[in-house]
Design a protein around this ligand. Structure first.
Ligand code: TRP
Ligand code: SF4
Length: 331
């Protein structure tokens, strides 16, 4: 490994708005794990961002923050390599957010596609707030404080990253160059469908969570939809349209994948046995994560120490940037 000073920097965050599920593990988290081997990584829980949609019911944000940290560590995010922290512990994020809010034109925020989309999606909540409109400004502050080279995100976050770069350019030209423009590092998500065959998402209630126990996992698989045309045990099935087969492709050994691919089409294997095979493979992959979760849950002090240490390191970086910002703005 190269020295910390010469490694390129990566920063990313997740909102604590629910429990982490398999889709998050196979997408974002596995990617983060690979990145920490190569880059100087900063990973943080964006708990203030969770307020933007959950301000009316904040009862679970603390709990979800804890669980998220436990999930990350159990899944292999290594606090020796990566700096793990919590947004709300670092007031610099709020200060830069305020300063950037002075220079961001409102039309940039109103034309942000996720602004309208999210409001549409969460119609039952009143998202006509200042904080919700300003969400990407807070995200820009999160990012720019650390001057990262790359920001690993899913496609849905690209408009926010573009806005971050636009804000960096605007700041640099109004005052003096302080912020490099961060690039996205697109996360490739393998296709992970939920138990109802739609995209796995907490808003559909079709997730398998990292915190689910083995019996819960097996039960969820039992009720998972299969090829809808395969009604009777004797009907041949088509794995290509079956979400259970997608899990096989991710978790099972090649021999099992080939067998299911063959025997499903000829009705030699039934869905119950097929699901049992995939459940076994998933249990094998998840067992180390479950054990890690158990250990960390029993040792809240250890998690606290990791976060305290990470937040201290993150604050040193963000403090330095904020000093440059204030100096450039002459305040
Ligand atoms: N908006 C991101 C999401 O919902 C979370 C986030 C907040 C973030 N601040 C960030 C991601 C900074 C990357 C960088 O997924
Ligand atoms: Fe899906 Fe397996 Fe049933 Fe085929 S046998 S339809 S792959 S669950």
């Amino acid at each position: 490994m190269t020295k910390a000073g010469t490694r390129k920097r990566v920063l990313s965050g997740m909102q604590p708005s629910g429990l982490l599920h398999l889709g998050n593990l196979l997408g974002a988290l596995d990617n983060w794990k690979a990145l920490q081997e190569q880059y100087d990584c900063y990973f943080f829980v964006a708990d203030w961002h969770a307020l933007s949609t959950n301000y009316a019911d904040t009862s679970r944000i603390k709990e979800f923050t804890r669980e998220l940290l436990i999930d990350w560590l159990a899944a292999g995010i290594d606090p020796q390599r990566a700096t793990v922290f919590v947004q709300s512990r670092i007031p610099e994020h709020a200060i830069l957010y305020l300063l950037l809010s002075m220079i961001v034109p409102i039309r940039w925020l109103e034309r942000n596609p996720t602004y309208k989309e999210k409001q549409e999606e969460l119609k039952e909540r009143d998202l006509s707030t200042y904080g919700f409109l300003g969400y990407p400004v807070l995200q820009a502050a999160d990012i720019l404080l650390y001057k990262p080279d790359y920001v690993p995100v899913g496609k849905d976050q690209l408009p926010h990253l573009e806005l971050t770069r636009e804000l960096a350019r605007r700041f640099n030209s109004l005052y003096r160059p302080v912020f490099p423009e961060p690039q996205e590092h697109l996360t490739k998500f393998p296709k992970v469908l939920g138990t109802d065959g739609r995209k796995m998402s907490k808003s559909y209630g079709n997730t398998i969570n990292l915190s689910d126990s083995e019996p819960v996992l097996r039960q969820k698989l039992k009720t998972m939809v299969t090829d809808p045309a395969r009604v009777k045990r004797t009907d041949p099935g088509n794995p290509d349209v079956c979400p259970v087969f997608d899990f096989h492709k991710i978790f099972s050994p090649v021999a099992v994948i080939e067998r299911v691919n063959r025997e499903c089409r000829t009705a030699e294997i039934g869905c119950i046995d097929c699901k049992k095979l995939v459940a076994d493979a998933m249990v094998e992959r998840l067992t180390p994560i479950w054990e890690g979760r158990k250990k960390l849950t029993a040792k809240p002090d250890q998690v606290e120490e990791i976060v305290r240490d990470g937040s201290k390191r993150a604050q040193a970086v963000s403090h330095q940037t904020l000093e440059e910002v204030k100096e450039a703005m002459k305040i």
